[in-house]
Design a protein around this ligand. Structure first.
Ligand code: GLN
Length: 487
């Protein structure tokens, strides 16, 4: 057994102890479960804690390690957002609609992690069906920010971000449709990566907006992000949109220098209403990157101001179609006291969905209706192409772009719940990467008034290696990722 608390280890640290027999997966998992027990009452980062299942998996992992067959994730405790299907384990999407839904199969990302011997300790809380930026839309309870429990952890992967930040697991996997991995990562002081669209299979990720959804890792540092990405990236015949590009060895190239790297600063990402201190953080990060040998210059993504509007047409439109399957017959909740099938359908959806999900379904159905389709959905798709072209042009001159991850630090619980537009504005810097399908990462860049904040790097399709290398160089010279909340 080591002298440090096993729950506080990074994946790489834990792996070294595991293979050198200084720590067993059973000990590590017990320590993580105890940490969850000690902190969960304050945080509510989990929907389900799978203690027994985790201990069984840990015993199995120890056997694999004893046989000398371990991989980097063997025996490592992790959490998965509760919209990622886990066979035999409840997958609720933090919705009444799926409160008792137990999938009969694993998402491909989960299968990959299980095959490597990673240990699932539970499922992370989220905004219902991943719609939100604060986890306040969970049908069960809001998750709290480990740095200040009066504040939100961000969303929709608020449970995963809070759990990794509070060291209730060594990593988590979330989903990012418009920023749901990166925004909570920024608010909770952890690393959040949204890979290129199609890099990770979406099979078994409960669909929100299929042309935007992507699974991504939340980790304590950049190296761990590379390790998790490595484990879950790759083509999957179960997801026709998954990409067949070969998966590079993300962690082996992570330590290179960034001399000569060309970094662009899109001027449209410095908007009215953002905290002056957030801007200062980005400026100081730019200074660090220049010291590391990168060249930094201003660039422009002229259609950025339309990204939010485009997202709030396309995402609800796809959601209204995806969520039509919840009819009380095929999945989950079914309203019992109805006299006919239409009433059953209506009541099931009335009681099964919360207010934000209903708002999105209404918005989406409207945008897709005959007579409005051309004016909204088609127009939004055209502007989506323009936003993509902005990025294509910028990446002719720059290897990657730097922006703030979020306009502000984590806000207070309840502060934005009565004003959906204020809530939506949170995603203003993260949404464009989903619209274009490009990879983006949020990396901790220090504290403002005691609360964490992240910077975002965006790169061209399949530039994860360079994003990770740059983030790692930045992390190594600033050490912001080493901060941890006192919880
Ligand atoms: N906050 C955004 C929304 O509510 C993004 C959500 C996400 O990425 N899943 O739609």
């Amino acid at each position: 057994m080591t002298s440090t608390n096993p729950w506080s280890l990074t994946i790489s640290e834990a792996h070294n102890l595991l293979i050198n027999k200084k720590l067993s997966s059973v000990e590590l998992t017990q320590s993580v479960l105890k940490r969850i027990e000690d902190t969960e009452e304050k945080l509510n980062a989990f929907v389900t804690i799978t203690s027994e299942y985790a201990m069984e998996s840990a015993k199995h992992a120890d056997k694999i390690i004893a046989q000398g067959k371990s991989s980097l994730l063997t025996g490592i405790p992790f959490q998965a957002k509760d919209n990622i299907c886990t066979s035999g384990i409840r997958t609720t999407c933090s919705s009444r609609m799926l409160e008792d839904f137990i999938p009969s199969y694993d998402a491909t990302a989960i299968t990959n992690l299980k095959n490597l011997g990673a240990v699932l300790v539970g499922k992370g809380n989220l905004d219902e069906f991943a719609m939100g930026s604060s986890t306040e839309n969970s049908a069960f309870y809001p998750t709290k920010n480990p740095y200040d429990i009066k504040r939100v952890p961000g969303g929709s992967s608020g449970g995963p971000a809070a759990a990794v930040s509070a060291q209730q697991c060594l990593f988590s996997i979330g989903s990012d449709t418009g920023g749901s991995v990166r925004q909570p990562a920024s608010f909770c002081g952890v690393v959040g990566l949204k890979p290129t669209y199609g890099r990770i299979s979406r099979y078994g990720l409960v669909a929100f907006a299929s042309s935007l959804d992507q699974i991504g890792p939340l980790t304590r540092n950049v190296r761990d992000s590379a390790l998790v990405l490595q484990a879950i990236a790759g083509h999957d015949k179960m997801d026709s949109t998954s990409n067949s590009e070969p998966v590079p060895d993300y962690s082996s190239n992570i330590n290179g220098d960034i001399k000569g790297l060309r970094i662009g600063v899109p001027k449209e990402y410095f908007v009215d209403g953002m905290d002056a201190e957030v801007k200062d953080t980005v400026m100081s990060a730019i200074g660090t990157l220049e010291d590391l040998g990168a060249s930094v210059a201003e660039t422009s993504l002229p259609h950025t101001s339309h990204a939010l509007a485009v997202y709030y047409i396309i995402a609800p439109a796809e959601a209204s179609s995806n969520l039509s399957r919840y009819d009380g017959v095929k999945f989950g909740y079914s309203h019992a006291e109805s006299t006919n099938v239409w009433e059953a359908l209506e009541k099931t959806r009335q009681h099964g969905f919360g207010p934000e999900v209903k708002r999105r379904i209404l918005l989406g159905t409207y945008a897709l209706s005959a007579g409005y389709y051309d004016a909204y959905y088609l127009k939004a798709q055209k502007v989506r192409s323009l936003i993509r072209q902005d990025f294509d042009k910028a990446f002719k001159d720059f290897d990657l772009l730097i922006t703030p991850s979020t306009p502000t630090i984590a806000f207070l619980i309840g502060e934005k719940m009565s004003d959906p537009v204020q809530m939506y504005l949170n995603d203003i810097f993260t949404i464009p990467a989903n619209i274009a399908g490009i990879p983006a990462i949020s990396v901790p860049s220090g504290l403002i008034k005691g609360m964490p904040i992240g910077i975002q790097f965006m790169g061209p399709y399949h530039s994860e290696e360079i994003l990770l290398k740059t983030s790692n160089a930045y992390e190594k010279s600033t050490h912001h990722s080493l901060l941890a909340p006192l919880i």
